[in-house]
Design a protein around this ligand. Structure first.
Ligand code: DC
Length: 225
């Protein structure tokens, strides 16, 4: 039987296991994968690299259309380039991480990136797992399945710390909570759970358990289509 195309939105704050889950689920089910946080990080990297004043939303808005951002959607090897330059490494630096919330709060940036995300999702052949903050609420409100991942601040800080080997857990927790607060309180499509999203608290689950849970939810949706 021909498998139905399925569009899956996975939202939630950082440290909930969103990226690892989304990539693994997409790979397991033969779906494409889009990391929308990487796109916001990429445009932030471009702003920093071009000397744009991050404190000035109108300066950011004026050049929001300039960088060409291309996302590769193979879940086993996702890529991200800006004007042809591979920025997969540079977009994970502390500098970009500390500035991305300010850049992604600018409506012109969101409009630009949202349009890009919608065109990638509509062009995916078998379906796609799109991870972010506003996918279920704003970018793809008609997604077949919406998942909202949560976890306690302690669990999230501990996971982030494992990735950042040797970092101070309290500092990580504070930085993470600060970024979430900024992402949740901005006016333009904040981090939020869609009314029809399934909430999964990952605090006490292993990554494997979260993956299995999401795969089951997708299989159920596909079977019902
Ligand atoms: O998932 P991440 O930590 O790489 O995301 C980086 C930032 O990008 C996050 O702090 C907020 C922003 N973002 C957003 O505003 N909307 C999305 N759909 C995804 C990320």
């Amino acid at each position: 039987m021909e498998r139905a195309t399925v569009i899956v939105a996975i939202d939630g704050p950082s440290g909930t296991g969103k990226s690892s889950t989304s990539k693994a689920v997409a790979a397991q089910l033969g779906l494409s994968y889009l990391d929308t946080g990487a796109q916001y990080r990429a445009i932030t990297w471009w702003m920093v690299n071009n000397g744009i004043d991050i404190e000035d939303p109108s300066a950011i808005a004026a050049v929001a259309g300039k960088p060409e951002i291309v996302s590769g959607t193979d879940p086993s090897a996702p890529t991200i380039t800006v004007d042809g330059t591979d920025v997969a490494g540079p977009i994970r630096t502390q500098e970009v991480t500390s500035k991305v919330s300010a850049v992604s709060a600018v409506p012109e940036v969101r409009a630009r990136i949202t349009e890009l995300q919608r065109s990638i999702a509509s062009g995916s052949e078998n379906g796609i797992v799109v991870e972010g903050r506003d996918i279920g609420t704003t970018v793809l409100p008609d997604a077949d399945l919406k998942i909202f991942l949560t976890a306690s601040p302690e669990a999230r800080a501990a996971r982030r710390n494992n990735e950042l080997k040797g970092a101070d857990v309290h500092a990580t927790r504070e930085a993470l909570l600060k970024r979430d607060a900024a992402d949740s309180s901005r006016k333009a499509s904040p981090l939020a759970k869609a009314d029809d999203a399934v909430e999964v608290d990952t605090s006490d689950l292993t990554l494997q358990q979260v993956i299995e849970c999401v795969v089951t939810l997708i299989e159920e949706k596909r079977a019902a289509k």
